[in-house]
Design a protein around this ligand. Structure first.
Ligand SMILES: [Ca+2]
Length: 260
């Protein structure tokens, strides 16, 4: 017998904390029962409504949801299928996610068996001149302060034993749509003697180990790029050089498979 939580709907008020310098608006959302496990048969929806013209950023603090059976779905706007953004599952804390408008909805659904800790997140209202927190990937260190507005920079490094793939410095810029965005995705830190990995999210960068320097001998690296069911993935090479006839890159999942 499972406990059923039918269509629970939470409307989330903003908690407003004013300081002399600025207004910080943030609060927390936890899955029911956190951290002792969410119920089976859960169908819980949270609707976060910010001021007109703002965006909502979610920063995950903890995340454990039975992989591929239970899901946290995100919607840009109210929780209608047409507004579907992405669904999160598994045991890795996701990077921060920012809505496109001033309404962001979350829905937790679970199947009939097996629970996990659930999730806890901080949500924050972003004004048009703020890029929001770019997040700290596993094994990374973020420096450059806590200002994430247009013109601000943040710098990443990795803890000892890990190397950085991607851009070490991100700058908050204004895009063509007049919205504040980081100029590059946050880098990843991988263990020094490993290569490859699993990449998720709307877009990202994959480089050979040590790029733009040379890759090592005896390398055997596999990258898996995951997207939502029904989506296609395009791979755009911006630079390519391998030892002809001896080293190669093979792409599977395309029709037909290709080797460079
Ligand atoms: Ca489950």
């Amino acid at each position: 017998i499972s406990s059923l939580l039918h269509e629970t709907l939470f409307f989330v008020p903003f908690v407003i904390l004013s300081t002399t310098q600025m207004t910080i608006i943030f609060s927390f959302i936890e899955s029911p029962g956190f951290p002792y496990g969410y119920p089976n048969g859960a169908n819980c929806t949270w609707v976060i409504i910010g001021e007109e013209g703002s965006r909502i950023q979610l920063i995950f603090l903890s995340f454990a949801i039975e992989e591929e059976y239970d899901f946290l779905s995100l919607y840009n706007g109210h929780p209608h299928p047409a507004n579907f953004r992405t669904r999160l599952t598994g045991f890795q804390v996701p990077p921060p996610v920012t809505s496109t408008g001033n309404v962001f909805s979350l829905r937790l659904t679970s199947d009939f068996a097996v629970s996990a800790h659930g999730f806890k997140l901080n949500y924050e209202e972003l004004h048009s001149t703020s890029c929001g927190n770019p997040g700290v990937p596993p094994k990374a260190v973020l420096s450059g302060g806590s200002r994430f507005g247009v013109g601000d920079r943040v710098q990443y490094s990795c803890v000892p034993g890990y190397v950085l793939d991607g851009h070490a410095t991100l700058t908050c810029i204004t895009n063509a749509g007049n919205t504040a965005v980081w100029d590059f995705p946050a880098p990843i830190c991988r263990a020094e003697d490993t290569c490859g990995g699993t990449v998720r999210g709307g877009s990202g960068v994959v480089t050979s180990p040590g790029y733009p320097g040379n890759y090592g001998n005896q390398a055997d690296c596999t990258w898996i790029v995951l997207a939502e069911p029904g989506d296609t993935i395009s791979v755009i090479f911006t630079d390519f050089q391998t030892e002809e006839k001896y080293d190669y890159l093979e792409v599977e999942g395309s029709e037909p498979p290709t080797i460079w």
